[in-house]
Design a protein around this ligand. Sequence first.
Ligand code: ATP
Length: 397
Amino acid sequence: MADVVLNEVTKTFPGGTTAVNHVSLAVEDGEFVVLVGPSGCGKSTVLRIIAGLEDATSGTVSIGGRVVNDLPPKERDIAMVFQNYALYPHMTVDENLSFSLRIAHRAKENIRAQVGETARVLGLEELLHRKPAALSGGQRQRVAMGRAIVRQPQVFLMDEPLSNLDAKLRVAMRGELTRLHQRYGTTTLYVTHDQTEAMTLGDRIAVLDSGRLQQVGPPEELYAAPCNIFVAGFIGSPAMNLARVRVDADNGLVLVVGDHRWPVPAAVLTARPAVRGYAGREIVLGLRPTAFGLPAGPDANGALLTVDAVTVESLGTEKNVILAPPIVGEARIDVTHRTETVGDVGVGEMWTARLPATARVRTGERVTLSVDLAGAYFFDPDTTAALPVAEAVLAAA
Ligand code: ATP
């Protein structure tokens, strides 16, 4: 096994598109790192550069301490798993699994043992004589995975391997991937545009936007402390609600959110003292859907939000309430990847509150919710960077 180190890797295609921009990333030996970002951000290009299917314009790629920029793909000791499986249609599962070992002229008994073990681990023993056309999508994906495993490479590179599967199978295969990683411990780089997949699979997640690495860290860290508006909006589902709001100095600090005036709790100022510097200016406020709740009663203290419930989605144990945003027009924050639409209104313009299933909220009704500002996030509107958390608070966490 081996580590994978990208050092200032840049890729500019002949047409002038810079798909990867000064990316530096160190994947440790045995680690499972997920590269995530919206379509076109350069994820696949990073993987293809590591595999040797594309040349980097500048920068170096090292595998196991050796710079591999000039090595052809077959000498890099990696195995790649693609979205479209890339199985040989005229070969049986057995032949697909053994192909790379046969062309490497491995001994027959060695091939038998390797293929047998892989088929057993992946539950493919009953299917060895079938051809890919006679397999389900999930079975084909397992064969594709098996073909990578059987070679016992130093590194797995996986490019959206589950995206052709239906939702249920994807969840099952995610579990299987985790189990396989625990068993073999092979260094893995996994590409997806699906933040849920990234959160559930990765030891660490690397978030890419427009070819640039935004943040690298364990899933919990990216969720709890996103470094900027892009990561904040990308990690977490439903996405964080974001708005540009005014900070007024009025007997303490107050956030002006549309018609609402929310006093900034002392705990927020202790945790993020830099908020004080925005008095009289605008700041970007971020609220997770879980920051909303039902007010304790008509005289409830603290921040309250009264808006229209545009849609109510019941999830069984909870419900997502899509809210008309309290702020409209220029004050909206456009997070480009939020492109799904509800009717003719972009979801990015809406807010989402996650409430208990018992909450009595109906589509089209006006609702009043409590807002837990202690868990709010704050960003600079110009740089988009998150306001730093005070050292003392970090140390205590
Ligand atoms: P997706 O999730 O849609 O697959 P991605 O994040 O994997 O996207 P890449 O496929 O790496 O993105 O592409 C990054 C950028 O580079 C895109 O703008 C794409 O159009 C461009 N690009 C990719 N391959 C080439 C190529 N061979 N020639 C020119 N431009 C390319």
